[in-house]
Design a protein around this ligand. Structure first.
Ligand SMILES: CC(C)(COP(=O)(O)OP(=O)(O)OC[C@H]1O[C@@H](n2cnc3c(N)ncnc32)[C@H](O)[C@@H]1OP(=O)(O)O)[C@@H](O)C(=O)NCCC(=O)NCCS
Length: 161
């Protein structure tokens, strides 16, 4: 998804407002999820977003999204953001985030199971494996899982080496 940063997207310093970028990240993530599930989706959670590099008025913002793992009714989407200064001929990576969407069935608008994905590349496999730990962390933070139930997350901290 590509957006030109216009005056009404910015704060008074002339940089893209964080809230507008979060909205675009939510939209690109939702479109990615919808294309996979072929249903309506809702955003269940957004993991940490850090704003390390401001995006300026007049720059072109490109957002990419891909599914990292499907659980049951929910799926994790990885979004990356790039900013391009066309006059300087530069493009930089600005931030990224993991978002979780839930697929809803058409009739009742209730969570409905969706098709799994199969990772193919090494990078896809790494993100797929780590998605389980990220899920456990966000479910704990969301009050939906007890820390003692988070086996994969615990294994990360309890390594002997
Ligand atoms: C997200 C929502 C659909 C979950 O509904 P629910 O009745 O609690 O349903 P369930 O308990 O069956 O959970 C459904 C899925 O959501 C996941 N989920 C719920 N809360 C979550 C959270 N905070 N983070 C990540 N996943 C979450 C569950 O793990 C489950 O996934 P799974 O089936 O893959 O295991 C519901 O809370 C909701 O509608 N929230 C509002 C969404 C919204 O308005 N978003 C912003 C605008 S789009």
């Amino acid at each position: 998804m590509t957006q030109l940063v216009m005056p009404n997207d910015t704060n008074y310093l002339g940089n893209l407002m964080g809230g507008n970028l979060m909205k675009w990240m939510d939209i690109v993530g939702a479109m990615c999820a919808m294309r996979h599930t072929e249903t309506s989706v809702v955003t269940a959670s957004v993991d940490n977003i850090s704003f390390s590099s401001p995006i300026h008025l007049g720059e072109i913002t490109t957002l990419t999204a891909c599914i990292t793992r499907v659980f049951n009714t929910s799926l994790e989407v990885y979004v990356e953001v790039y900013a391009e200064d066309v006059q300087a001929g530069t493009k930089r990576r600005c931030n990224d985030a993991y978002l979780t969407f839930v697929s809803l069935d058409a009739a009742n608008k209730k969570p409905s199971p969706t098709t799994p994905i199969v990772p193919e590349t090494e990078m896809e496999q790494e993100r797929y494996d780590a998605a389980l730990r990220r899920r456990q962390l966000r479910l704990i933070l969301g009050g939906r899982m007890k820390p003692e139930e988070a086996d994969d997350l615990a294994a990360l901290f309890n390594r002997s080496s």
